[in-house]
Design a binder for this molecule. Structure first.
Ligand code: NDP
Length: 241
């Protein structure tokens, strides 16, 4: 039977590339998104992949949204890719409680909100793949991103703890820590800052979203069954964790 995959934040950027790679590998894929209707509409029109809107930062919305996404897929999800994320950058001494809370809620609490509703089914079926998108800045810390670095470091701890709990149930839990990838999130970085970031990347370029998609597809596969609790660093050599 065809395996099913749910990708949060799947209609744009890295998430869209993950959806495409998984679809090409034969999975039935459903994407989640937050509210950019135009992007979701053109994503579905171009790829034929269904998209369902809900806020991954809200638990009940995730319970309801996953049920709606399962109805589109026609089966419970075998693979969950926790990809949705936001930034609200600023130096810590100017950071507002709102910017702290928003990033923790969407980038970290979403891990609980999305994974908790699917874990019982995966345990019962004896198979699951949970793939969480962290960041290089969760590994090394980044000035101006105390909130984001804290949330993304939390994703790593979440991954390692849950991997231990679920290993005997056939469920692997892994984490990918991308460096700077060519998406709208990075396009928001001022040009001079981006130039200096690229200068610090040994391969001398940004990563492509498809490169993350390929890695997710490997982690989702049967071939990756012995890999769990891992943090896969993919950053052009910028930080060798
Ligand atoms: P984008 O900003 O391009 O896309 C973000 C996606 O997440 C969109 O589909 C968006 O939906 C969705 N989203 C945002 N908030 C929510 C929410 N509350 N509920 C549901 N969906 C939501 O991001 P990227 O593709 O660049 O990043 C994807 C992931 O990779 C993030 O977790 C990011 O932190 C991480 N990452 C990115 C790097 C990069 O260089 N780009 C580097 C390292 C990590 P909508 O379209 O409706 O707004």
């Amino acid at each position: 039977m065809t395996r099913t995959a749910l990708v949060t934040g799947g209609t744009r950027g890295i998430g869209a590339a993950i959806c495409l790679e998984l679809k090409a590998a034969g999975y039935t894929v459903v994407a989640n998104y937050a509210g950019n209707e135009e992007a979701a509409k053109s994503f579905t029109a171009e790829t034929g992949i269904s998209a369902v809107k809900w806020d991954v930062g809200d638990y009940q919305s995730c319970v309801d949204g996953i049920a709606a996404a399962e109805a589109k897929a026609g089966a419970p999800f075998d693979i969950l890719v926790n990809n949705a994320g936001i930034t609200r950058d600023g130096m810590f001494h100017k950071m507002t409680p709102e910017h702290w809370n928003e990033v923790i809620r969407i980038d970290l609490t979403s891990m609980f909100n999305m994974t908790r509703p699917v874990i019982d089914g995966m345990r019962e079926r004896g198979f699951g793949r949970i793939i969480n998108i962290s960041s290089i800045n969760g590994q090394k810390g980044q000035m101006g991103q105390v909130n984001y670095s804290a949330a993304k470091a939390g994703v790593i701890g979440f991954t390692k703890a849950l991997a231990q709990e679920t290993a005997r149930k056939g469920i692997t839990v892994n984490c990918i820590a991308p460096g700077y990838i060519n998406t709208e999130m990075v396009a928001a970085v001022p040009a001079n800052v981006l130039q200096s970031i690229i200068a610090g990347i040994p391969v001398n370029r940004l990563g492509e979203a498809s490169e993350i998609g390929g890695l997710v597809t490997y982690l989702a596969s049967d071939a990756a069954g012995f890999m769990t609790g891992s943090v896969l660093t993919i950053n052009g050599g910028q930080y060798m964790a």
